[in-house]
Design a protein around this ligand. Structure first.
Ligand code: SAH
Length: 364
């Protein structure tokens, strides 16, 4: 079953190459033309059938009658002082989808969303305050990359991280085909080493991702005791730290040398040197690299970002303990494009009712 829009048109961007070529064949395109269609979608990034010199007119008109090119419409691009760009897209049903383009020295990373909102309810994250509206389709996920490349033809977007809105492992049925399209050699051509899927820690889905996709895995750890992790990440009540780390140790990581572990630093909650020691203990023997993310503020939240000195101490302790540790620079925070700042700012009511419950320590 190929994905379709509300008018019954095939959403071409949601279909991995073998299936798309098969469909195109059934649809009267010659084999060479099917390849040209794929190239038009992902190499020349065409947005309209009318402007697709790759195909002759009958083929274009035949396709236009039954198929759809873009699944998203780019609504705005907001550039932060540091060059980070937040892209806001509109879906057919009027939802806003956000991606963030993070330029590097030579190549750029696109941070994509996998859902509108999120169901995980992590207490420190802005997207969580929206709840889950719906899953994005594979076409809507792929289109974030296609339209970003079209919008920034001079930027080499070589990396994709699923760290925007949503829990990608809650939406694997759409995320997996989207990754297939992104890593296809004849099209978008990302290396599987440069596609990273980040999860809050859904254990069965982690196993499925590793079994079914060549993408890299990142896990948001964010606490070193179940007490704290239960309070800030409700997923921990289902898959506590010991279960999560046992599962990570057992993964067949053949093509993925190391798991990335993310750790959002929250002042007075998870940033003590005892936390650093416990973290080193938790990851002992697991091939991993640690990414520390000083918390990014958003309106209505009671958490605080640790002082830079505390971040430096935390990192230094982990390095003494022989952990490969880096600090994720805060990018794009003047446009609310940094980690955990995507989504609608909470309304007054949401703000008032949202309190981190049962947190063991909240420094004032
Ligand atoms: N749901 C996935 C991916 C989206 S969040 C996950 O949980 O991994 C991407 C990263 O941003 C996660 O590591 C998350 O813990 C972190 N994050 C969320 N809110 C944040 C904030 N306000 N400041 C810094 N990092 C945040």
């Amino acid at each position: 079953m190929l994905p379709r829009d509300d008018h019954g048109r095939i959403l071409l961007k949601g279909v991995p190459r073998p299936q798309l070529l098969a469909w195109a064949g059934e649809h009267g395109l010659r084999p060479g033309q099917a390849d040209q269609l794929w190239a038009a979608l992902y190499r020349t990034l065409r947005g309209e059938f009318a402007v697709m010199p790759e195909l002759d007119r009958p083929a274009r008109e035949g396709l236009a009658a039954v198929a759809r090119l873009d699944a998203l419409r780019l609504e705005s691009v907001k550039r932060a002082a540091d060059g980070t760009c937040k892209l806001v897209f509109q879906t057919d049903d009027g939802a806003a989808v956000e991606s963030v383009l993070i330029p590097g020295k030579e190549r750029a990373t696109l941070c994509v969303s996998s859902q509108v909102g999120c169901a995980m309810n992590c207490q420190f994250c802005l997207t969580a305050t929206m709840g889950l509206a719906r899953n994005l389709s594979a076409a809507e996920i792929v289109d974030q990359l296609v339209i970003a490349r079209r919008q920034f033809p001079d930027v080499w977007i070589s990396n994709v991280v699923f760290m925007g809105m949503g829990e990608p492992l809650h939406n694997l049925d759409q995320v997996l085909p989207a990754i297939d399209v992104m890593v296809d050699d004849h099209g978008l051509g990302l290396s599987h080493r440069r596609v990273t899927v980040s999860t809050s820690g859904l254990v069965p889905q982690i196993r499925r991702l590793v079994a079914e996709s060549p993408a890299q895995l990142a896990v948001s750890v964010n606490a070193t005791t179940d007490e704290v992790r239960d309070a800030i990440m409700p997923v921990n009540r289902k898959y506590p730290l010991a279960v999560l780390f046992a599962a990570l140790r057992e993964l067949p990581l053949a093509r993925r040398a190391r798991v990335t572990l993310e750790y959002v630093l929250l002042a007075g909650v998870n940033d003590s040197l005892d936390d650093a020691e416990r973290l080193a203990e938790l990851v002992r023997g697991l091939p991993c690299k640690l990414n520390l993310i000083p918390w990014n503020p958003h309106p209505g939240s009671e958490f605080r970002r640790p002082e830079p000195e505390q971040v430096a101490r935390f990192k230094a302790r982990l390095q003494e303990l022989r952990l490969n540790t880096s600090i994720r620079a805060t990018r794009g925070d003047d446009t609310m494009a940094a980690c955990g700042q995507l989504g609608r700012a909470p309304t007054e009511t949401a703000r008032r009712t949202r309190r981190p419950h049962g947190l063991p320590v909240i420094a004032s």
